[in-house]
Each structure stands twice: as structure tokens, then as C-alpha cells.
Design a protein around this ligand. Sequence first.
Ligand code: ATP
Ligand code: MG
Length: 374
Amino acid sequence: MNRDVVVAGHVCLDVIPQFPPKSLELAPGALLKVGPAIRATGGAVANTGIALHRLGFNVRLVGKVGDDLFGREILSILRGQGEHLAEGMIISRRDTTSYTVVISPPGVDRTFLHCPGANDTLRARDIPSSAFAGARLLHFGYPPLMRQMYLNDGRELLRVFTRAKKAGLTTSLDMAEPDAASEAGQIDWPALLRNVLPQVDLFVPSIQEILFMADRPTWQRIVKKHGTVSIPRDIDLVLLRKLSGKLLDWGAACVMIKLGDQGAYLRTTPDKARLEGMGACRPANIDAWLRRAIAFPCYQAKVVGTTGSGDCTIAGFLGGLLKGMSPEDCLKSAVAVGAASVEAPDATSGVPSWSTIQKRLRSRWRSRNSCISL
Ligand SMILES: Nc1ncnc2c1ncn2[C@@H]1O[C@H](COP(=O)(O)OP(=O)(O)OP(=O)(O)O)[C@@H](O)[C@H]1O
Ligand SMILES: [Mg+2]
């Protein structure tokens, strides 16, 4: 069956042991009793993919898992959301499934033990041409966590995007922040982006990761001074304009930068021909999308957990595009789906149907204060 949207890339299983309320000391050699493990899917494929499915879009998921217990668990969780969601997944006999053990005792900072597994070996040729058949949009995340996708200045990633563009799809790309000391942290990200962005219609990274990749001197200056990048303190419209301008120059048609609890920023190309070449989801009203800079704060939400909120924000934006909305309404839908997602502890169960989101947007849903406004 034809699917409107293909969500491809990183997928993993999160295994989260439940700790008793009293804190435990994680001393070497100790045996500590914990509760049953929560198992949840993670990664762009599961998060943005399930969010789009819950919004009511017709989605095909393409990620690679091993032929093992964790792989079967991922497929079973996906089927639990929608019987067809596991159909496009690639099962590799040569790889093991990617997983993350989340060690999060009360009152202590979380530690993640991450095994990249099959995400590190996914190549363009693993994705069959039939995956794109009949689709209008491809969303791909997170190349920094997928070794074959970031090596050789993103040659494999470019192959995926070139094939999708040739098949007439509109393309979207999300990133993740690599550990600066790791192999992925050491590669020439500007070279990779210059290579790939001409084939990317919508580039949708978060501010921390794109500052690290596209403006390392500013990232280094901030981290040296404060330890981390904080949005109200270190980011303003001047910096957002400069960064997004660079990404448009490198070839993207539209750039949406996620700004954590400060909302999201959208900038579009001044090049009409670039928008016209956006493929099956190209805007009907090109002029409305030309040379735009828009920022929206977050909608007010009862925050329970922010896991996957960036991925859900992307789902809201892509949903707007699939529905042919204006840039303003796409960005509003993005932060609306992001806000709905933080009202549940896991990545996607707070995401309701598209009509519920639009109804909530038509009600008096108030925005949070934001330091970034246009
Ligand atoms: N407190 C909040 N209230 C409402 N919405 C929020 C809140 N925090 C985050 N969001 C939404 O979630 C998005 C998350 O943006 P962020 O910059 O954290 O993306 P990210 O780092 O890619 O997230 P992820 O951890 O999912 O990868 C924001 O753009 C916003 O739409
Ligand atoms: Mg993210």
C-alpha cells in the first residue's frame, strides 16, 4: 500500500530499569535490586514516525534492527501503534539491534549506555526503492549517530537524499548532537552539510547541535565560558539569522531550528526556483514561503517529560506541510505538537490526532513567554 510519508534512519530500544524511591549507591561489586524495566522505542524513526502516525498520517518506517530479542521488541512496539508500522523495517542477520540502557536513580543525573548496533551499518542500498514508491515526503534522522551516514562527508546520506529527490519526494533532515570527543564529533560537519543540504528541502536541527556543526567557534566560546549552550542566555535573533542564513547558502530550502522551551524559528530561501524544486509537498503558494523569518514561542503545557519533544515538533511541522499550510501555520502546528508531547512522560503518547491539535490551536491556547520573538 502507498504511504504518504517515509521516516527513515536511527531507531533503538531504550531499556529503563525502575529504581526504588530511596536512592541506591551504584558502587562497584554491589547487587542492587531494581523494579521491572520499562522498554520503549527511541530514535527519529520511532519518535517522528509514531508522532506522524498518531496525528493521522499514512507513514512507512524504515530503520534497521538485528534479528534478535531487542529487534523483535522494537517491531512489536511499532505494531502495537499500528499493524503496518513494522512492514518497512529492515531486519539484518549480520547486526545487533541498537539499544540504550538508561540508568536514572532518583536524585542522580542520568547515565546512558548506548550501543549503536545496526544504526552504524545502515547504507543507502539497504533502503529498497519500493520504500519511496507513492510517497510525498522523506524525513531522515539522526546521521551523527549512524557511522555510515557521516563518514566520507556524508556520501551515503547524500545517496539516500538524491534517490528520494529523484523519486519526486520532498526531503527533511534532523540531526543529533555528537559527543565532541567521539569519531562523529571530529568529522568535518560543514563539509558534510555543504554536500547534502542542496538535496534537503527542510532542515530541522536543534540549536545546540547545529551550533556545534555549523558554527564551532561560537559553540566553543559559549561552552568555554558557561559549560553548555543555554538558549535564553546565549542565543538571540542575530545569531539565529546568521546560522540559518549559512544553512540556506549551503543549499537547504527551509530551515527550522528548535529552541527547547523557547519555541522554534523558521527561515526560508529567497530563491523561488529552490522552493519550486521542493518536490511533491512543495507549497502551493510559493510567494508565501519566500524569504521568510518567523519565530514562535512554545504553547503552555503541563510538562511531564520532554523526551522526544523535538521529534514531535518536527512531526507537527511536516504535518502542516503535508496539509498545504502557510509557513506560519506549519510553525504553529510544530510547537503545538511539541507542547502536546511534553504532557506525557514518554516520547509520543501525548500526541493526539491532527484535528485535536488544530482544535486546540483555535481555542485560547496561550503561549509561554519567550526571549525570542519576531
Ligand atoms: N516546556 C515546554 N513546553 C512546551 N513545549 C516545549 C517545551 N519544551 C520543549 N517544547 C517543544 O519541544 C521542542 C524541543 O526542542 P529542542 O530544541 O529540545 O529539540 P531537540 O533537542 O531536537 O529535542 P529532542 O530531545 O527530542 O531531540 C521545542 O521546539 C518545543 O516545540
Ligand atoms: Mg532532536
